[in-house]
Design a protein around this ligand. Structure first.
Ligand code: 5GP
Length: 192
């Protein structure tokens, strides 16, 4: 809409995944992760900013193991004429991961470009073990073949917010995952 930012269009949010369902799923995921890393002294948990900050906070508290927490911020830019994307690292890790056991925590795997690029970067630093967890997965939107080691929920192609995930920097503090529904149009398509 010309001259008006998207967030100024009236919209409401429909609950897609309740806070209770998220908490229950995180308990299951934490069990699987603990099992996979049972021989690990200290796990390096890498959150991808900013969308994973709520998920990582809840996840590490369920892990009940020795963890170090680090963050990385990547941004992916679309190219209108090709289906390629450039992924830029805006904030790198503080710590070294060579020889370490690492778990990358992502909010949503959408086209798959961001996580693919991040994993390529991290692999070049030779961790001992590198696995990934995504709270949400939109398989219908995938452009590069990629599957996180663990996924919280597979969801359809809709623009979602809440539980760390924003719409124009709002709604990150909702305790649930919801879909943005424009009052004049219906459910928004993801345009990331
Ligand atoms: P990918 O490189 O897989 O296409 O991009 C994943 C990133 O796109 C996610 O980490 C997230 O930042 C953004 N993204 C994908 N789908 C949505 C969505 O429905 N809502 C929001 N707010 N961001 C999304």
């Amino acid at each position: 809409m010309q001259g008006v930012s998207m967030s100024q269009r009236p919209y409401h949010i429909d609950v897609m995944i309740s806070a209770k369902a998220i908490a229950a799923r995180i308990e299951d995921l934490a069990r699987l992760i603990r099992d996979e890393y049972k021989d690990t002294d200290k796990l390096v948990v890498v959150g991808l900013l900013r969308g994973s900050f709520v998920f990582i906070a809840d996840l590490v508290r369920e892990l009940e193991m020795n963890v170090e927490v680090d963050f990385l911020e990547a941004s992916s830019y679309g190219n209108a004429t090709e289906s390629s994307r450039e992924v830029k690292i805006l904030k790198d890790l503080r710590g070294a991961i060579e020889g370490r056991d690492v778990l990358v925590v992502e909010d949503i795997v959408d086209t798959g470009h961001t996580l693919t690029a991040v994993l390529e970067l991290l692999r070049s630093r030779h961790p001992r073990k590198l696995e990934t967890i995504a709270l949400l997965d939109k398989p219908a939107r995938r452009e590069v073949p990629l599957k996180a080691t663990w996924t919280g929920f597979e969801i359809p192609d809709a623009f979602v917010v809440g539980y760390g995930i924003d719409f124009a920097q709002a709604n990150r503090n909702l305790p649930y995952i919801g879909t943005v529904v424009f009052d004049d149009e219906g459910t928004a398509e993801a345009s990331a």
